[in-house]
Design a protein around this ligand. Structure first.
Ligand code: NAD
Length: 344
């Protein structure tokens, strides 16, 4: 059995990893702590590390893991913006789960949009208090509205299908349009100018950091809704907050937040949260925030466990690693590796 140090473990992670690990020749030690310089030493005596979106995987952490004999890091997620690939290259292979359920995230994006628009979060609280007033709960029909989708990858395309099912007009922006895909691609500026709703489905990288900033928001329609289930730092949170306060932005539904790693996935209800931007966002009636839960369906969790364990099995069996990602993959979006080999 190969021993895996499993960081940031939550009860919902364990269900499928516990059920499947034996079949893949793995055994997991679950650590509740996130991976960081302070916790990297816990990996000592293990053969692999399994990590998640808000773990810190910088040069210092990679140095510690490498010194402790770790040669493979399995991300149990699709995104990898928290990994210092330059440090890992040539030393630690980084594997990921490129797709586990685009439906889980796309459906959550639509759930957020519907809840924000029809004020379901307010209605739920009111009726529990026997307040059956409808004042202030008016939304607008999604049918016939224009939705701008930034990123037409796996999740973006499922979201587009859902929006088409609602009778919405879809505009899309992607620097790498999908050939032959039936959607109206437009430049980013036009998407900002023409959309009633903007939903983000692109990765976080140097090009997309704060892609929604004050300048982009200024181009948008008054009252636009912004939905982000992708990565927090796609949006300049302070600019978003100002535009929500002025009602330039009519509503925001966020599953991610740029400083989320400090807070999300944990219970801070008995603490005084010191992030004033997050606190102010949460205080606004036209903001709906979930805690990076878009992926959280039982189907997705099972697929995550299966692919993560299969990635590790293939690594230890010396087989090709189709789900490996490296410094070069991340720099040019699609690396020269032919997937019959490894990145190094
Ligand atoms: P994907 O790789 O299939 O698609 C990403 C798309 O974004 C690609 O078509 C790519 O060309 C496009 N893109 C790249 N640069 C862009 C840019 N500058 N502007 C616009 N588009 C750009 O990825 P996916 O599986 O669809 O996932 C999308 C994102 O969703 C991930 O990067 C991740 O950050 C996020 N995600 C969030 C959750 C969650 O629980 N909230 C779960 C999974 C993924």
């Amino acid at each position: 059995m190969m021993k895996c140090a499993f960081y940031d473990a939550k009860p919902y992670d364990r269900t499928w990893f516990d059920a499947l690990q034996g079949a893949y020749g793995m055994t997991c030690t679950y650590f509740e702590s996130k991976l960081s310089q302070d916790t990297a030493l816990l990996a000592q005596g293990h053969d692999a590390v399994i990590a998640f979106v808000n773990d810190t995987i910088d040069r210092q952490v990679i140095d510690i893991l490498y010194k402790k004999g770790i040669r493979v890091l399995a991300m149990r997620c699709a995104g990898y913006n928290n990994v210092d690939f330059a440090s890992a290259f040539g030393r630690i292979h980084v594997l990921r789960v490129p797709a586990y359920s685009p439906y889980s995230v796309a459906e959550h994006a639509m759930a957020l949009l519907l809840a924000l628009d029809r004020k379901i979060h307010h209605a739920y609280n009111r009726t529990r208090d026997f307040n059956f007033s409808l004042s202030g709960l008016a939304g607008f029909d999604l049918h016939g509205r224009t939705v701008g989708v930034v990123g037409t990858g796996k999740i973006g395309r499922v979201f587009i299908d859902i929006c088409k099912g609602f009778g919405m007009h879809v505009l899309a922006y992607d620097p790498f349009p999908v050939p032959g895909y039936d959607v109206q691609y437009v430049p980013f500026e036009e998407l900002c100018r023409s959309s009633d709703i903007i939903s983000l489905h692109c990765p976080l990288n140097a090009d997309t950091y704060h892609v929604i900033d004050g300048k982009a928001i200024a181009m948008m329609k008054d009252g636009v809704y912004i939905v982000n289930t992708s990565r927090g730092a796609l949006i300049d949170s302070e600019a978003l907050l100002e535009s929500l306060k002025s009602l330039k932005v009519g509503g925001a539904a966020l599953d991610v937040y740029e400083e989320e790693s400090q807070f999300f996935f944990e219970d801070w209800s008995a603490s005084v949260v010191q992030d004033d931007v997050l606190a102010r966002l949460l205080s606004l009636h036209h903001v709906l925030i979930t805690s990076h839960q878009a992926f959280l369906t039982d189907d997705a969790l099972k697929n995550i466990a299966e692919t993560t364990l299969e990635n590790l099995r293939a690594f230890f069996a010396g087989e090709p690693l189709p789900n490996e990602i490296c410094y070069y993959c991340t720099r040019i979006d699609s690396c020269a590796k032919d997937h019959a080999t490894r990145c190094f």
